[in-house]
Design a protein around this ligand. Structure first.
Ligand code: NAD
Length: 326
C-alpha cells in the first residue's frame, strides 16, 4: 500500500511513517518543517530496509501541483499537517488558521477528487471548557469569546471536522475523524508548549519545573505508538468512515503530580515553580481543568486500549532527551 502522510516529519507523523515502513508499505511524506524536523525521519531514509520505500518532500501542502501528484499516487491519506501547540497558535495566529482551515480543505478536496480514504487528526481541544469527565464524542462544545485567541485552535479543528463530514455527506469522501488527546513520547518537542518534553528538559538541567496556574489542572497522556496503532486500525475499518473518535488514555494526573513524577524519574534536584497564566501566556488565556476521553466508541470498533503506562512513557522520553543532548 502507498501511504501519504502530511506532516510526516512531525512528532506523530514520523511514528506513523515508521510503523507503515515496518509493516512493508511505501510511505510518502510532505512536510514544510515548520514544527517538524528532518532528524525525525532521517534514520528511515538511511535505513537499508526502508530507503527505497520512503519518499520525502520538504514542501507545503499548499503546493497544489505536488499535492495533486501525491494524493493521486497514494492509496490512503493521513492528514496530520497543522499548526500545533497553544504557544505556537498564540505566536502565529493568522498562519495557524490558514494551515488548519484552508490547508485541511485543500487536502480533503483532493482526496474527494481522487476518491482516496483520508484520516484527519482533530484534537481534544474541540471540547472546549468542559470540566466533567469523561468527554464523549457526542458532548456539547463550549468555547470562550473570540477575543481569547487560544480558542482559535479548537475552532479551526472543529471546522476541519465539519468540512470532512460535509465532504463525506455531499461527495462520498471516505473520511475518518480522530480527536487526539495529549499524545506523548520520543521526538515530541517542548518548544511549543508541550508539557512532558518541557518538564523533562528542565529536570535534566536541574532547573525549576515551571507549572502554569495552580497545577491542579489534570490531563491524560497517551503513548504515541499506541495512538499510531489506533490510527492505522481505524484506517483499515470501513465502519470508521464518516465517524468521530476520541483517541487517548484514561490515566488522569494533575500537572503538579506529573512534574513530581518527572523530578523523581530523572533523579533531578529541580524544584517546582508555579507561574500565573498571565505571565506564561497572553493576559486573556484560559485553561481547561480536566481533559479525559471516553474511549468506549473506539474500543467497541477496534478494541483500542492504551497499553503503555505513564511511567514507561516518561522513562522513554527521558532516555530520548538524554541521547539527543549527548
Ligand atoms: N501531539 C498531540 O498531543 C496532539 C493532540 C491533538 C491533536 N494533534 C494533532 O495531530 C497532528 C500531528 O501533531 P504533532 O503533535 O505530531 O505535531 P507536529 O507539529 O510535530 O506535526 C505537525 C507537522 O505538520 C507540519 N506542517 C505544518 N504546516 C505544514 C504545511 N503547510 N505543509 C506541510 N507540512 C506542514 C509541521 O512541520 C509538522 O511536522 C496535528 O494535526 C495535531 O493537531 C496532536
Amino acid at each position: 500500500m502507498k501511504v501519504l502522510i502530511t506532516g510526516g516529519a512531525g512528532f506523530v507523523g514520523s511514528h506513523l511513517a515508521e510503523a507503515f515502513l515496518e509493516k512493508g508499505d511505501d510511505v510518502y511524506i510532505i512536510d514544510d518543517l515548520s514544527t517538524g524536523a528532518m532528524e525525525n525521519i532521517q534514520p528511515f531514509t538511511e535505513d537499508e530496509r526502508f530507503k527505497d520505500r520512503i519518499f520525502v518532500h520538504i514542501d507545503t501542502i499548499f503546493n497544489h501541483d505536488l499535492m495533486l501528484e501525491l494524493v493521486g499516487t497514494c492509496d490512503v491519506v493521513f492528514h496530520l499537517a497543522a499548526a500545533v501547540g497553544v504557544r505556537y497558535i498564540l505566536e502565529n495566529p493568522l498562519k495557524s488558521i490558514t494551515i488548519n482551515i484552508q490547508g485541511t480543505e485543500k487536502v480533503l478536496e483532493l482526496c474527494a477528487k481522487f476518491k482516496k480514504k483520508v484520516l484527519i487528526t482533530s484534537s481534544s481541544e474541540v471540547y472546549g471548557k468542559h470540566d466533567h469527565a469523561p468527554l464523549v464524542e457526542t458532548d456539547n462544545i463550549i468555547y470562550g469569546p473570540s477575543s481569547k485567541f487560544r480558542w482559535s485552535y479548537a475552532a479551526s479543528k472543529l471546522m476541519d471536522e465539519f468540512t470532512a463530514q460535509a465532504y463525506y455527506r455531499t461527495k462520498g469522501l471516505q473520511a475518518i475523524i480522530t480527536r487526539l488527546f495529549n499524545t506523548v513520547g520520543p521526538r515530541q518537542t517542548g518548544a511549543y508548549g508541550m508539557v512532558i518534553p518541557r518538564f523533562v528538559s528542565q529536570a535534566l538541567e536541574n532547573k525549576a519545573l515551571t507549572v502554569y496556574g495552580d497545577g491542579r489542572q489534570s490531563r491524560t497522556f497517551t503513548y504515541v505508538k499506541d495512538v499510531v496503532a489506533a490510527l492505522m486500525a481505524l484506517m483499515a475499518q470501513d465502519d470508521a468512515v464518516g465517524e468521530v473518535f476520541n483517541v487517548g488514555g484514561t490515566e488522569e494526573i494533575s500537572i503538579v503530580e506529573l512534574a513530581e513524577k518527572i523530578v523523581k524519574a530523572t533523579g533531578s534536584t529541580s524544584t517546582i515553580e508555579l507561574i500565573p497564566y498571565e505571565e506564561a501566556f497572553e493576559k486573556d488565556f484560559e485553561d481547561m481543568q480536566r481533559r479525559v476521553p471516553g474511549i468506549e466508541k473506539i474500543k467497541a470498533l477496534i478494541g483500542f486500549e492504551p497499553k503503555t503506562s505513564l511511567d514507561d512513557i516518561i522513562r522513554q522520553v527521558v532516555e530520548y532527551t538524554k541521547k539527543k543532548r549527548a
